[in-house]
Design a binder for this molecule. Structure first.
Ligand code: CAA
Length: 381
């Protein structure tokens, strides 16, 4: 059920205030220390941010996709590392359980994910299976009423804090490609699981990605999500949804950078006048605004389509493709408008420039989105 408009505005206003008051002032510190403070994570729990997308009957806020992307846009107004703290519980970590879990699995896991007591990670990517997700090599071999899991997952967001993984593994090694893959809920404390050190990254310090190693890990068969061989479909449907959420974040970051650029252009003087008076600066601002607005419209349209029950595989790909490329162009122009200051750490613009680069890579590269769009077009969907 959608929220009534007044409640929706109240929620967005609360998130807006949280972002402005608790996140923006510590952006540089979080990047420097590569850590979001526990006090801020606790605030996120209290605001219900971990459970944005989890149905109300399991303790979440049960937002519609449209409401969720509006919140994602608000969260985009600060360093994306903050959003990443809740991102996997809201999106790719939890949605396999929401969409494919049975009643027992939902009752066991969703309340803990909604409250933020347990962090969820999405374990699909491997050293040899990135864009080619169907070539997953981690195995989950049936053994009585268990599956025995072996192999390595790579670049898994929040793996170092996770209490559970949504794991995609090959349950039928005889079957190559998508059909041999099943999805599982895997508690992170099972014997044989070890999580690597967080990778050093180009941006989004404070958000962590790690390897997960599985060494003869016995996962109860009752934790399989959906049918055997259905794991690739689980992953793809989770990603369709995740791509809309990420697009919302891209819009939010772009709007923040536009705001910063406008403020700077109004203050900064060169050649005896504010640089905002130069038409070449105005042109850059106008391009940024136009693109951010276009992406906002796309995100809202795709989210509403999903809420009305339509398949949005193509729309999610179009939106992720455009919004992630758009925020890259906006960040580049923001650096240009700030000039030398845009390149200096103190102003924070260069940090956003680095932070947004990942949006064109994770949850499907731009090239993967192009493939998905073209395939859908050519199939006539
Ligand atoms: N919904 C439902 N089913 C889908 C689907 C979708 N969106 N997309 C594909 N499928 C189904 C197909 O219908 C097909 O089913 P059948 O065999 O029954 O016909 C099956 O899945 C295989 O589909 P394809 O033949 O299209 O598979 P493919 O191997 O050609 O791959 C792909 C398709 C789109 C390239 C896919 O591999 C893909 O999306 N790759 C990118 C992976 C990705 O986004 N990784 C990001 C990891 S998560 C992350 O980044 C976050 C983090 O934590 C860092």
């Amino acid at each position: 059920m959608p929220l009534d408009l007044e409640t929706r505005e109240q929620l967005l206003d609360t998130v807006r205030r949280f972002v402005r008051e608790s996140c923006v002032p510590i952006e540089a510190k979080v990047a420097e220390e590569d850590r979001v403070p526990d006090s801020v994570i606790q605030q996120m729990r209290e605001l219900g941010l971990f459970g944005l997308s989890i149905p109300v009957e399991y303790g979440g806020l049960g937002l519609t996709m449209e409401e969720e992307v509006l919140v994602a846009m608000e969260l985009g107004h600060t360093s994306p590392a903050f959003r990443s703290v809740i991102g996997t519980n809201v999106g790719i970590g939890s949605q396999g359980v929401v969409m494919f879990g049975n009643e027992q699995q939902k009752a066991e896991w969703l309340p803990k994910l909604a409250s933020g007591e347990v962090v969820a990670s999405f374990a699909l990517t491997e050293p040899g299976a990135g864009s080619d997700a169907a070539s997953v090599r981690v195995t989950a071999i049936p053994d009585g009423d268990h599956y025995v899991v072996n192999g390595t997952k790579r670049f898994i967001t929040n793996a170092n804090r996770a209490g559970m993984f949504t794991l995609m593994a090959r349950s039928n090694p005889e079957r190559k490609g998508a059909g041999g893959i099943s999805a599982f809920i895997v508690p992170s404390n099972l014997p044989g699981i070890s999580v690597g050190k967080p990778e050093k990254k180009m941006g989004q310090q404070g958000a962590h990605i790690c390897d997960i190693n599985f060494d003869n890990v016995r996962v109860p068969a009752s934790l399989r999500l959906g049918k055997e061989g259905e794991g690739f479909k689980v992953a793809m449907q989770v990603l369709d949804r995740g791509r809309l959420h990420i697009s919302g974040v891209c819009v939010g970051v772009a709007e923040r950078l536009i705001e910063e650029s406008v403020n700077y252009a109004r203050e900064r003087e060169q050649f005896g006048q504010k640089i905002a008076e130069f038409q070449l600066i105005q042109g850059m601002l106008a391009d940024c605004k136009t693109e951010a607005y276009a992406a906002r419209c796309m995100v809202m349209d795709a989210a509403r389509k999903r809420d009305s029950g339509q398949s949005i595989t193509m729309e999610a790909a179009c939106t992720k493709y455009f919004a992630s490329e758009m925020v890259g162009r906006v960040a580049d122009k923001a650096v240009q408008i700030f000039g030398g200051a845009g390149y200096v750490a103190d102003y924070g613009i260069e940090r956003f420039y680095r932070d947004v680069r990942i949006f064109r890579l994770y949850e499907g590269t731009s090239q993967i989105q192009q493939i998905v769009i073209a395939r859908n077009l050519l199939r006539g969907d």
